[in-house]
Design a protein. Structure first.
Length: 206
């Protein structure tokens, strides 16, 4: 699963609150060159690395996707995602809209989820009330928001973050729905798969 949103949508709060109820889901910790915000922690929110370290990883092809967002570099390391997928686990990635569609190129079955505030005014208010960023950066985020939001119809699900409790409930519903989709659950139902295959060969099972 890949979750994206314009800055100020409250995506991180929705995601982390939801993950409290899903210890089975791995959160993919992205790498970034930006400095930590107040309350963020290394290895939990992001891996905070230098520009040189980031460029070295990019040159070696270590990123599944990476992009420059609001003047900082963000990237998803390839190997941790591959390890979860190879063992049949569930992983959720936090990326911008460009990253979401780049990931789908590698994983066509990836579920894309877009988080959106209830209105443009709410988005603007949330960004203007941030005290962790400069006025110039807030202005840049507001300018970029329409472009990001214009792609929301290409996502599989849209979560409206009018209030945290409702948004978390919506994201939980998406996770549950995806877990029980027949295309995902059937390969794991060995007994029923064998029953059907046996029936197709004309074998009777007692």
């Amino acid at each position: 699963m890949v979750i994206s949103a314009p800055s100020g949508a409250g995506k991180t709060s929705v995601l982390f609150e939801t993950l409290k109820s899903h210890p089975e889901i791995v959160f993919s910790v992205s790498s970034t060159t930006r400095l930590p915000r107040e309350g963020e922690h290394e290895g939990v929110n992001y891996h905070y690395i230098s520009e040189a370290e980031f460029d070295s990883l990019a040159d070696k092809g270590e990123f599944l996707e990476w992009n420059i967002v609001h003047g900082n570099k963000y990237g998803t390391l390839k190997r941790p995602v591959e390890e979860v997928v190879e063992r049949g686990g569930s992983i959720i990635l936090d990326t911008d809209t460009v990253g979401a569609f780049n990931i789908r190129k590698f994983y066509p079955d990836a579920v894309l989820i877009f988080v959106l505030p209830s209105s443009p005014d709410v988005l603007r208010e949330r960004l203007m009330n941030r005290d962790t960023e400069t006025g110039e950066l807030i202005r840049r985020r507001l300018m970029n928001a329409p472009g990001e939001i214009s792609r929301m119809s290409e996502f599989d699900y849209i979560v409206i973050n009018e209030d945290l409790k409702t948004a978390v409930s919506q994201l939980n519903a998406i996770i549950t729905a995806e877990k029980i989709r027949s295309s995902r659950i059937f390969p794991a139902l060995t007994e029923w798969r064998d029953y059907i295959n046996g029936g197709a060969r004309g074998e009777k099972k007692r």
